[in-house]
Write a protein that binds this ligand. Sequence first.
Ligand SMILES: NC(=O)c1ccc[n+]([C@@H]2O[C@H](COP(=O)([O-])OP(=O)(O)OC[C@H]3O[C@@H](n4cnc5c(N)ncnc54)[C@H](OP(=O)(O)O)[C@@H]3O)[C@@H](O)[C@H]2O)c1
Length: 268
Amino acid sequence: MSNHHRFAVVTGASSGIGVAYAERMAERGYDLILVARRRDRLEDVAKRIKIKTKRAVEIVAADLADAKDLLRVEALLTEREDIDVLINNAGLGALGPTSKVPADALENLIKINVLALTRLTHAVLPGFLRRNSGTIINIASMIAVMPTPSGAGYSGSKAYVLNFARSLQMELAKTSIIVQAVLPGPVRTEFFEASGLTTAPFPDELFMSPQELVDTALQALDRRELVCFPSLENEVHWTTFEDARIALSRALMQSGRPATRYSEDTPS
Ligand SMILES: NC(=O)c1ccc[n+]([C@@H]2O[C@H](COP(=O)([O-])OP(=O)(O)OC[C@H]3O[C@@H](n4cnc5c(N)ncnc54)[C@H](OP(=O)(O)O)[C@@H]3O)[C@@H](O)[C@H]2O)c1
């Protein structure tokens, strides 16, 4: 990542992981554009970071689930030539058994976790391609590879984030643009409360702080580790998963005919 007065945009920068990214990116020499709905919170974060790091910090109060607000943020990303890093962090869980979660809450989740992340990524790409530089960090979740009965929408949305990022990595492999997917485990933030739960469904020892999470993910980025499971001790679990996925991909490309097991007991 270059840092010659370049801006990093952080969505969801009013609490939790987004605040930690904002702090660390400023410490790394980036000026900031912070996006979230709660203007007062953004102002507090901006003030603190400006005093501590002397970086420029702009705030954009926007509801990323609102089409007009989203277009406003997209326009900013499209028009500005000084944006070097986009951190798509804003997100929420809408957790619970699917039939008990209001349909509107699921739609809201998809708008933020999937639609906004996709449109904001799409908005920065032309400039990044023109300049052949830029970094996109997409915050997924370990739940992307752990389908769960109390977070179907959330798990699905984060699987999207992972596959979207990985497909982009392949598409952009011949450029200098970097796309990283970060898949945190539980992190101590307002997430579970915002997702409608009074207690988090994980034991305390599984939680890390937002600062630990961001420091780990940025260290991974520096090493060009583009899929980062910050708490995964033994990487073999991921490489084995990947090997199995590649083997399945190859097997799926071998024939377009119905597999023989489906014709064996077809009633005549
Ligand atoms: N905490 C965890 O255990 C955990 C684990 C894995 C992944 N993650 C992911 O990490 C990311 C950050 O979550 P967090 O843990 O830091 O939770 P958080 O403390 O609840 O922060 C969520 C952020 O998203 C913003 N946001 C929510 N709805 C928005 C909207 N409609 N428009 C604009 N901004 C919106 C919130 O700002 P406003 O309310 O001010 O709009 C807030 O800044 C999410 O993508 C989450 O899925 C979290």
